[in-house]
Design a protein around this ligand. Structure first.
Ligand SMILES: [Zn+2]
Length: 60
C-alpha cells in the first residue's frame, strides 16, 4: 500500500467534487475520495445507498 506512494502537495490541486460518488436516487454523497484516500464510504456491501436503498451503479 505504501510502496511507491508519494506525498505531493505543491500544485497538486484536484477536484474533490469530481471524485465524489453520489446516490443517483437521493443525491446523498456516498463515496468521497481524496486522491488515494477514501474519506467516506457509505455504500453497503450490496452496493446500495444507505439512505434510500437504491442500487448504486459501479464497482465496489
Ligand atoms: Zn440514496
Amino acid at each position: 500500500m505504501e510502496e511507491g506512494l508519494h506525498f505531493v502537495y505543491t500544485g497538486n490541486v484536484f477536484n474533490r467534487e469530481g471524485d465524489t460518488t453520489f446516490c443517483p436516487a437521493c443525491g446523498a454523497s456516498l463515496i468521497v475520495r481524496d486522491w488515494y484516500a477514501i474519506l467516506s464510504d457509505r455504500i453497503g456491501p450490496d452496493g446500495c445507498c444507505p439512505d434510500c436503498g437504491a442500487v448504486v451503479p459501479g464497482h465496489w
